[in-house]
Design a protein around this ligand. Structure first.
Ligand SMILES: *Cc1c(COP(=O)(O)O)cnc(C)c1O
Length: 448
């Protein structure tokens, strides 16, 4: 394996990494995967508890998805999607309409989450422009939000870690203070509050509502910020507020879609629909990069006109509607439905949370273990009373990550937050093993 690691480091610039760290922790060469497990070249197993950056929905090398892709590959690998179409794309849209929040019926394909966000922003901007509101040029977002790392997506993101250096390149967006339930400034608790913090959104709308075209949110779960969870009531209120100001609501369900939060989409918890929704990560089960920006008939119609009116949405990506991606996504939908994956995941979710609470719930450096669906986030703190986080320089999460890898658990943390976001098919014995390895790794770095 070492030889391959050396060859890798000669050429490859890995994503979101300080490459110097690789001197100490060289890249692990994965040979194959099966279910929730990954295996390196020496045969060592790792439980993929982060679903390989949250996209693996149904396990690695899922036989049914493999089969669907092989069949598609023999027919057609790709075709230009302007003026051409194919059965897998058509069937996929028809399937997704059945599970999406109501009113979302028009599909614009792209090939990664950031691209879907860029598409949503441009679509919202042009919609306002073409419906008599050229003055609506700004976007609102939540602080600590994350929507990807291309320039537009970074502009509506709010995490310094990704955006700070590039600020001079970015759009001037409006940042609404996000709900912070663990450190609630109103002293409320997550399940019984009235979203007192929504006052921040009301103030922002009152001050800038007239110049804003859309607000974008990660519904219920601010993932990259450390799996921060907030109540569905916030989304309901936001829907009403957007309606009263004529502002579009964009749901970034790239991380939350396809059962991650316990329901098919996070917006389902709130019982309302966004105007535009971005989906990607779980869409193809983690097989092929694919994303869709879905919108309403109303928005679609604002672009529908004679060619010379110049109202078309002039936006494209080479790999839009890739047939292999559609075939994988269709297979994912079939499995979710036929194998009743969401119901089974929901039934197992309390078990995972219970095991984590037993193992780490009373640890003096665990502030809280919050959960939504199968997602569990363990927030590490200096001290439970003050909720003070460890200083970033101590790289507490990263140290635990290294120990967990040794024990066979892929637990890539977000700062001081360790989290589980496993494939939905994870079994109880696999949960047991993951919790045990995680607790042991925490114990090595932070003894009780
Ligand atoms: C991952 C993610 C993105 C970006 O998707 P990429 O495919 O990595 O570009 C955007 N928004 C959210 C909420 C995400 O989790």
């Amino acid at each position: 394996m070492q030889q391959w690691q050396e060859r890798d480091l000669k050429h490859i610039w890995h994503p979101c990494s300080q490459m110097k760290d690789y001197e100490e922790l060289p890249p692990i060469v994965i040979d194959h995967g099966r279910g929730v497990y990954l295996y390196d070249m020496e045969g060592k197993e790792y439980i993929d508890i982060v679903s390989s950056w949250w996209c693996n929905l149904l396990g690695h090398c899922n036989p049914k998805i493999n089969e669907a892709m092989k069949q598609q590959m023999e027919l057609l690998e790709h075709v230009i999607f302007a003026n051409f179409t194919h059965q897998p794309a058509i069937r996929l849209c028809e399937e997704l309409i059945r599970i999406l929040p109501s009113g979302l019926t028009r599909f614009n394909f792209s090939d990664n989450g950031s691209a879907a966000v860029e598409c949503a922003l441009k679509m919202a901007f042009q919609y306002q422009y073409q419906t008599g509101h050229p003055e609506r040029t700004r976007f609102m977002c939540l602080t600590e939000g994350y929507h990807g790392e291309t320039i537009g997506a970074l502009s509506v993101g709010s995490m310094d870690l990704y955006a700070k250096i590039y600020r001079p390149m970015l759009m001037d967006t409006l940042h609404i203070p996000a709900p912070d339930c663990y450190r609630c400034p109103y002293g409320k608790c997550r399940d019984s509050c009235h979203c007192e913090c929504f006052a921040g959104a009301e103030e922002m709308f009152a001050a800038h509502g007239g110049e804003t075209c859309a607000v974008i949110v990660e519904p219920l779960l601010q993932g990259s910020a450390g799996m921060r969870i907030y109540p569905p009531l916030y989304l309901k209120k936001l829907r009403q507020l957007c309606d009263s100001y004529g502002i579009l609501l964009i749901a970034d369900e790239i991380a939350t879609g396809f059962g991650r939060t316990g329901k098919m989409f996070a917006f389902d918890h709130a019982g309302v629909s966004p105007d535009i929704m971005c989906i990607s990560k779980g869409l193809t089960g983690g097989y092929i990069p694919m994303a869709i920006t879905v919108t309403t008939e109303n928005i679609y119609q604002a672009f529908y006109a004679d060619y010379n009116e110049g109202k078309a949405f002039m936006h494209s990506h080479t790999y839009s509607g890739n047939p292999l991606g559609c075939a994988a996504a269709l297979a994912v939908q079939k499995i979710l439905r036929e194998d009743r994956i969401l119901e089974k995941a929901e039934a197992r979710a309390p078990y995972l949370h219970g095991r984590l609470m037993e193992a780490l719930g009373s640890h003096p450096h665990v502030g809280e273990i919050r959960h939504l669906g199968l997602i569990n986030a363990i927030e590490l703190v200096e001290d439970r009373e003050s909720k003070q986080g460890f200083a970033g320089e101590r790289r507490m999460g990263y140290q635990i990550y290294q120990r967990a890898l040794k024990r066979g658990l892929l637990l890539r943390p977000l700062g001081n937050v360790l989290y589980f976001n496993p494939p939905l098919v994870i079994e109880e014995n696999e949960m047991d093993a993951a919790v045990e390895r995680c607790a042991a790794a925490v114990g090595e770095i932070l003894p009780e």
